[in-house]
Ligand binder design. Structure first.
Ligand SMILES: *Cc1c(COP(=O)(O)O)cnc(C)c1O
Length: 390
């Protein structure tokens, strides 16, 4: 069953005439790559995150890959990261030949446990790659302090967190480098796309070159001689973002606060509807946290197992309501188990959480009545599992 067939889909982008017009303007201009719209998009994201540089790339995954290369992470190195994330955050570490070293999570914030992170650092640790799970920046200042103590860089996989903050410090401003992603289910979208942000001039230049085939000159117009556009200083990639995609991004950035407000409202509606249910654990948010709501994920209580959770999800889908198990643990994915010998029980908190999560439909146009229907259907499916057990 595809998500598109659901009456209430799991996610849906919020696009307006502003984005449509911006895309048409690019098409009319005839300049489809490496142009002024990308620069505008970059400066909007840089300003919003309080960073001196933003480098647009073709995806969040591409951004993480370039960040790791630019920091010199390679074969033999270890990078500490979370097992409870979308797989791209750990895959990027594999791309550069390094080893992801997982650290178990905190059961409230669902981000890496800072004390466990501290003890996982060895002489081979080259970087910490931290994720704001579901848009929650909890512990980012701890990670930042630990990274500084050990003189290793913090990479912030901020792909789920644009617009959030910790004590007024924006998500994307904690790491030596941070990366955002703009897939259609994120807070803002460019169809496909990503953004690297940093205050480090050298790192930013390196990322600009790496995204553009290792070139020294950013465009053919900037070439000072006939050969420089075709001079490649290093092994680069084509991780550029098109002007068409960047135009969508500019429109979305201009509407960011409005988009985030809508998401917050939907989250609050769910909270109100589901607060009283004794079989559910709702997201817990510390007072210092300004969430950027990426998804709305509830958890079944400990007495439920993974099969029961899966049946609840399938039951919701049979009612044409999108629901998903965000996220299966990365270390238990088949190729991670094969590569590194990970097994169930290695990261018990992440596993206990991930077996019981249910992501509910979450997008900006979800109405109160739809939230009500989703909540009622969820509660019905939970009651059904309870009935089977007794
Ligand atoms: C979405 C996401 C990514 C990857 O972003 P893409 O743009 O899809 O490549 C990476 N890390 C996390 C945590 C994400 O949620």
């Amino acid at each position: 069953m595809s998500m598109q067939n659901d009456d209430i889909p799991l996610s849906r982008p919020d696009l307006s005439e502003i984005e449509v017009e911006a895309v048409l303007n690019v098409l009319r201009s005839g300049r489809l790559s490496i142009g002024p719209v990308q620069e505008e998009f970059e400066s909007l994201v840089a300003r919003r995150t309080g960073r001196s540089h933003a480098v647009a790339v073709s995806s969040g995954t591409a951004g993480l890959h370039l960040a790791l290369i630019a920091l010199g992470v390679g074969p033999g190195d270890e990078v500490i990261t979370t097992p409870f994330s979308f797989i791209a955050s750990a895959n990027a570490i594999l791309y550069v030949g390094a080893k992801p070293v997982f650290v178990d999570i905190d059961s409230q914030s669902l981000n890496m446990n800072p004390a466990k992170l501290q003890t996982a650092i060895t002489s081979r640790t080259k970087a910490i790659l931290a994720v704001e799970a579901f848009g929650n920046p909890a512990h980012m200042d701890d990670y930042r302090r630990i990274a500084a103590q050990h003189e290793i860089p913090l990479i912030e996989d901020a792909c789920e967190g644009l617009g959030g903050a910790w004590r007024d410090r924006p998500i994307g401003s904690f790491g030596r480098v941070a990366v955002f992603g703009f897939y259609p289910n994120k807070q803002i979208t460019t169809g496909e796309g990503g953004m690297i942000v940093t205050d480090d001039d050298t790192l930013a230049d390196l990322c600009r070159s790496l995204r553009n085939q290792g070139r020294r000159t950013p465009t053919i117009d900037d070439s000072t001689d006939a050969g420089s556009w075709l001079a490649h200083e290093r092994l680069g990639y084509n991780y550029r973002l098109s002007e068409i995609a960047a135009a969508i991004g500019v429109g979305q950035m201009k509407r960011l606060d409005q988009l985030l407000d809508c998401r917050r409202e939907v989250a609050e509606t769910y909270m109100r509807h589901l607060m009283g249910n004794e079989f559910l654990v709702l997201p817990t948010i510390e007072p210092a946290v300004d969430m950027s709501w990426f998804v709305f994920v509830v958890r079944l209580t400990e007495e439920f197992n993974a099969n029961e959770r899966d049946r609840v999800i399938m039951g919701m889908r049979r009612h044409d309501i999108g629901a998903a198990a965000y996220f299966p643990c990365i270390h238990l994915q088949p190729f991670y188990r094969e590569l590194f010998g990970y097994k169930p029980g290695d990261f018990p908190i992440a596993e206990r959480v991930s077996q019981r999560t249910i992501a509910l439909p979450f997008h900006n146009r979800l109405t109160e009545r739809e939230c009500d229907l989703v909540s009622q259907t969820l509660e019905l499916m939970i009651s059904r599992e309870n009935l089977k057990r007794t």
